[in-house]
Design a protein. Structure first.
Length: 440
C-alpha cells in the first residue's frame, strides 16, 4: 500500500498504457509505412477522408490507438463497438441509428475492435449499411482477415497491415513514459538504459506489454525520499518469462509450422530448431510437431534416406513417452537429422500425380492376370490367367503387365540422384528396361 500512495487515484485505477495513449499522429510511435509523413493512411486521417478499412496486426501495435486518433479528428459521429460484448441485436440498433444520421447528412464511423470474433451472421449484418454508406466501418483484428472476415465485407474494406514495433520504438515509448506527466513524470523514477532495453526486448513488439511491464517494475521499485529506483532484481521478476505470440488455432500456428517445414527443406538446422522451439515455448503440443516431422520424412526426404522416417517415428514415440519438457531434445534430434538429410520429393510427387489420376480418370478394371482366382467360377472367367510368379525367375522379374491397359505407359515415381535414392534410380532404370524387353 505504501507504493500506491505515490500515485493519485486516477493513476492507480487507469493503466499506464491508457494514460499514455497518443491523441495525435505526431505522438504516435511506429507504423511509419502507414502514418509517416506523406503516407496514405496519414493523409486520409488528416483530410478526414477515410473509407471502410481493416487494421490487421499483432496485439499492442496501435490498432485501437489509430481508431482513437480518427475519432478525435473526424467530423463524423464516432461509435466504438466491441465484438466481445455485442450481438446482432446491438448491431442492428447501432445500424438503425447510423441510417437515421445518414438521412440528415451525418456520417457515422463505426470502430469494431476484435472484429474476427463476430460470426458470419453478425458480420453480414454490417454489409447492407456499408454498401449504402450508412457507416464507415473500421475493424481491428489480430487474425488474418482473409480467413476471419466474410469475403463480401472484406472486398468493401481496405486492409492496412500493422507491424510489430521495433525495439527502438519501444525504447522511445518507455523513456517517454518515465518523464511524461501522464506517466511517471514528477515522481523521479530511475531506471537504467539496460533496464529500458530489457523491457523493450521482452515486450516482443507489443507496446501495451512494454508499458504494463514498466508499470509493474516501477510499482515494485525501491522507494526513497528522492524517488523510485527500478532495481535489477525487481526487473528480473517482471520479465522472468516472455509470453510469445502464438495461437494454436490461428494464423501464427500455421506461419510457424510453415517456417519449420521450409527451414528443414532448405537444410537449415539452426532456423529449424529456432522455429520448433518457438512453437514449444508458445505451448504447442509436441506430438503435433512430431506428426509433422513424420510427414516431412517421406514428403521431403523420402527414399534419399529412408532412415529419416524411422528417426521421425522414434521422435514421436519419445514425445509420447516423456512429454514436455524432456522431449524437446528428441524433437531437436529429429529436426536436425531431417534438415541435414539428402532431400527428395519424388515420393510426394508420385503420390500427388497418381492421386490426381485416380480422382480424375475413370476407375480402370484390374487386369485379369493379377486378379486372385479363389473360386472355380473366377478361374473359369480368367481370373489369374497369365500370372507370372517373379520368384520363379532368375532375375526375380517378369514381363507381366500390372497396370490397366489405358495406363500401361504411365509412370509416377521418378527417383532423384540424391543420397540413397541414386541406387534406387539405377535399379528402377534396369527394371524398366527389362520390362520393355531390353537387356539389363
Amino acid at each position: 500500500m505504501e507504493q500506491m500512495t505515490l500515485f493519485d487515484n486516477n493513476r492507480v485505477t487507469t493503466p499506464l498504457a491508457s494514460r499514455l495513449r497518443p491523441a495525435s499522429l505526431d505522438e504516435f510511435v511506429g507504423q511509419e509505412h502507414l502514418v509517416g509523413k506523406g503516407k496514405i493512411l496519414r493523409q486520409l486521417i488528416e483530410r478526414d477522408q477515410i473509407s471502410s478499412m481493416i487494421f490487421w496486426g499483432p496485439p499492442g501495435v496501435g490498432k485501437t490507438t489509430l481508431a482513437s486518433i480518427i475519432a478525435g479528428r473526424t467530423r463524423s459521429e464516432f461509435i466504438n463497438f466491441s465484438a466481445v460484448t455485442s450481438g446482432i441485436k446491438e448491431i442492428k440498433e447501432v445500424m438503425n441509428r447510423a441510417e437515421l444520421s445518414r438521412r440528415v447528412g451525418i456520417r457515422t464511423v463505426l470502430f469494431v475492435d476484435e472484429i474476427h470474433r463476430f460470426n458470419k451472421a453478425q458480420q453480414d449484418a454490417f454489409l447492407p449499411f456499408v454498401e449504402r454508406g450508412s457507416i464507415i466501418l473500421i475493424g481491428a483484428t489480430t487474425e488474418n482477415p482473409s480467413f476471419e472476415i466474410n469475403a463480401a465485407l472484406l472486398s468493401r474494406c481496405r486492409v492496412f497491415v500493422l507491424k510489430a514495433l521495433e525495439e527502438k520504438d519501444l525504447e522511445k515509448l518507455l523513456r517517454h513514459a518515465v518523464i511524461s506527466p501522464e506517466g511517471f513524470g514528477g515522481q523521479n523514477v530511475k531506471i537504467s538504459d539496460d533496464g529500458i532495453r530489457a523491457i523493450a526486448a521482452f515486450a516482443n513488439g507489443d507496446a501495451r506489454t512494454a508499458l504494463n511491464t514498466l508499470e509493474m517494475a516501477v510499482l515494485n521499485g525501491e522507494i526513497s525520499a528522492e524517488g523510485i529506483t527500478v532495481t535489477e532484481e525487481a526487473l528480473e521478476q517482471c520479465i522472468s518469462r516472455k509470453s510469445l505470440l502464438y495461437d494454436k488455432t490461428g494464423e501464427e500456428h500455421y506461419n510457424l509450422i510453415s517456417a519449420l517445414h521450409k527451414s528443414m527443406r532448405n537444410s537449415d538446422p539452426d532456423a529449424a530448431i529456432y522455429w520448433m522451439m518457438r512453437m514449444l515455448e508458445g505451448g504447442e503440443n509436441p506430438l503435433y510437431i512430431a506428426r509433422r516431422l513424420i510427414r516431412f520424412a517421406s514428403e521431403d526426404v523420402g527414399m534419399a534416406d529412408s532412415n529419416a522416417l524411422q528417426v521421425a517415428v522414434a521422435a514421436y514415440q519419445a514425445c509420447h513417452f516423456l512429454g514436455m519438457p524432456e522431449c524437446d531434445v528428441h524433437l531437436t534430434h529429429a529436426v536436425v537429422y531431417l534438415s541435414m538429410a539428402p532431400k527428395s520429393n519424388a515420393l510426394y510427387t508420385a503420390c500427388e500425380t497418381c492421386k490426381k489420376d485416380v480422382r480424375m480418370l475413370r476407375a480402370e478394371p484390374v487386369p485379369f492376370q493379377i486378379r486372385n482366382g479363389v473360386t472355380d467360377l473366377m478361374k473359369d472367367l480368367g481370373y489369374g490367367k497369365g500370372y507370372e510368379y517373379a520368384h520363379d525367375t532368375e532375375e526375380k522379374l517378369t514381363h507381366m503387365q500390372c497396370m490397366p491397359d489405358r495406363l500401361k505407359d504411365r509412370t509416377y515415381y521418378h527417383p532423384t540422384a540424391q543420397g540413397e535414392e541414386a541406387e534406387t534410380a539405377k535399379r528402377l532404370e534396369e527394371i524398366r528396361k527389362f520390362r520393355k524387353g531390353q537387356d539389363k
